[in-house]
Design a protein around this ligand. Structure first.
Ligand code: GN1
Ligand code: MG
Length: 365
């Protein structure tokens, strides 16, 4: 993490109002570093400054142009609908002094957005909020369905399961960190499910499953709520790109319906919460049901399994490579995450018949 004064100096490289007073670390992202910049002076907003992880988002111009296209499109939609309080419903990014959508300091890329006042995010939520989240993600996909530009893939192959498995297999082969011996059983468990889990890619190739503009990082902590429990907006837009709707549906449940933590050391805490599943699914079907195809709705239980599976693959891949992708807090962190996600997957697999029954019942009205 950079020094606080450096952070304030970097914030000063943007066209901001007021005088930045204090910088504090902000949020729990595993990729970028974020800081809340508290402003001084009456009526001026606070800001969020982010250091973009350009080892992961290698094309920062593409990244920022995607994000500006998305926020601009959503803003216009909200205006057309006459929505109140638009500044709290969509992110606003501030230009750097040279007019660019980021500041490059010779080493790092930074971007700045207005902090949405009176907003909160959560790591866990109750069924009522899960329903709101389902409504919000369906609405997000709906609003972006007619965006008039082609969004680039900010991380090529991001949610492509076949690609993620190829990466894992390469890491197994190379065993760079010498950790393979301890995880062979997990590799086997993942391999035994590999064919089934790549179903989306096969359906897409056969023309049965469309790609739509999705958020692709619908972790529960990427939603901002107002203090009364209403949804304000969806944040962390780095990965907005064409994908299967499974991405948004599945990744939300992976985080929100887990009774334990993503990196729970005690896998006994990890289970799949059906109440959250039902609430979220009901909200999502309500807002997205109008545009989803039968193939998409039928495969929602598959999507619920796919994302813990993909995340197990990705955490294990990073563990085998020696922890070069995700931020880690201790040496075995990625292994702990791997185990916790695998446990979640097993719990989801047991509950698949119940999920199917719930979806069928909902669709039957
Ligand atoms: C990363 O940036 P953050 O922490 O919201 C990752 C997601 C993973 C998630 C696992 C660009 O999200 O894909 O699901 O960690 N983002 C990227 O917690 O890889
Ligand atoms: Mg995030």
């Amino acid at each position: 993490m950079a020094q606080r004064q450096d952070i304030l100096d970097i914030a000063g490289r943007f066209r901001i109002d007021g005088t930045p007073g204090v910088a504090e670390p902000f949020g729990n992202g595993l990729i970028n570093d974020s800081y809340l910049i508290r402003n001084t002076g009456p009526g001026v907003p606070d800001y969020v400054l982010q250091r973009i992880n350009h080892h992961i988002f290698t094309d920062v111009d593409l990244l920022q142009s995607n994000i500006l296209a998305v926020t601009g499109h959503i803003r216009r939609k909200l205006e057309e609908r006459g929505e109140p309080d638009i500044e709290r419903r969509v992110l606003r990014f501030i230009e750097a002094a040279d007019g660019k959508p980021y500041h490059f300091d010779g080493e790092n890329y930074w971007r700045l957005m207005v902090h949405i006042p009176r907003s909160v995010s959560y790591e866990t939520i109750d069924p009522r909020y899960a329903r709101y989240a389902g409504l919000a993600f369906g609405e997000f996909q709906q609003m972006l369905s007619d965006i008039d530009c082609e969004l680039g893939e900010t991380i090529p192959g991001f949610h492509d399961m076949e690609y993620r498995l190829r990466q894992l297999r390469q890491a197994v082969e190379q065993d760079r960190a010498g950790r393979l011996e301890g995880v062979r059983d997990i590799v086997e468990q993942l391999e035994s499910r590999a064919w089934d889990m790549c179903l989306a890619e096969r359906m897409h190739r056969e023309g049965k499953l469309p790609k739509r503009v999705c958020h692709c990082d619908t972790k529960v902590n990427n939603i901002l709520f107002d203090q009364g429990g209403g949804i304000l907006c969806v944040i962390d837009l780095d990965t907005v790109m064409p994908s299967y709707i499974f991405s948004d549906y599945g990744d939300f449940l992976r985080t929100a319906a887990n009774t334990g933590d993503e990196d729970d050391r005690d896998t006994g805490n990890v289970d799949f919460n059906m109440e959250i599943f039902e609430a979220f699914t009901s909200g999502y079907l309500e807002s997205a049901g109008g545009f989803l195809t039968p193939v998409e709705t039928e495969h929602l239980p598959y999507a619920a399994a796919l994302f813990p599976y993909m995340q197990t693959v990705r955490f294990l891949w990073d563990y085998l490579n020696g922890d070069t992708y995700y931020k880690t807090g201790y040496p075995e962190h990625n292994l702990v995450r791997t185990r916790a996600q695998l446990k979640l997957l097993q719990s989801i697999e047991r509950k698949t018949p119940q999920m199917r029954a719930y979806i069928e019942k909902s669709l039957a009205g």
